[in-house]
Structures are given as C-alpha cells and as structure tokens.
Write a protein that binds this ligand. Sequence first.
Ligand SMILES: [Zn+2]
Length: 137
Amino acid sequence: MTNEELIRKYDDLISAAKSARENAVAPFSNFRVGAALLGKSGKVYLGANMEPAVMNLGLCAERTALFSALAQGEKEFEAIAVYAGTEQPGYPCGGCRQVFSDLAPNVLWLLVGDKEVKIETLESMLPNRFVLEDLRR
Ligand SMILES: [Zn+2]
C-alpha cells in the first residue's frame, strides 16, 4: 500500500488523534498532542499528553493511549496516529519508542502534520533497539 493509500485508510484514526488533542493537559508548555491507537479488535484508544505541575510526572499522548488500551485488555495493535497541531509532523520521543518496542512493536505510525503525514515503523525510528531477548543473552 502506498503512503497515500495508508493515509486514506486511516483517515478516521487521524481525525480521532486530532480530537484527542483537545483533551491534552499542557498548561506550561502549551504543546498539545493527541494520539489515537487502533487495536486489532477494531477499537480505538485515545491519548493526550498530560502535564501536571511537577512536569516530570507527566506522560506523552502515545503512552497514555497505549497504557489505556492495555488496561482495557487490548493485546495487539494495528496503527497509531499522532497529531501535535504543527504544520510538519513531529516524531515520538525516545521514551515512547522504547515503550512501544516492548509493548506494541508492530504498530504502524502515522505522524500527522497539517501539511504532511509521515508513515513510520519502529524499525525505521528505533533501529538496533534493546528488546526483551537482550535480557537472556
Ligand atoms: Zn513520548
């Protein structure tokens, strides 16, 4: 499937990420991010970044969505759309990449900007990553 076909296929997921951004709690940075994670069951789990006064206790939109999905029993994932309200798409932080490597490694990433959508995988964004099998070597 071409990137254009993937963007069309996941148009509803992209819209859900944009809606989820409205629920971001980012009073200090004002950098609001929404995420929508599609489980293999077909259910969509929303996430938004959370920024409490003690900022290092906050959490990114991507992990908010993933942890919520796992807590609700979803085990496998198809795609995630992430939107930060920027013209060009932003990439997930290293922390999110590592957590998704452990818990949702095969998800397709749609990084959404107002002027462009980038399609990525963990293989492209986090090569040579630490994985569970590394603990057993
Ligand atoms: Zn992150």
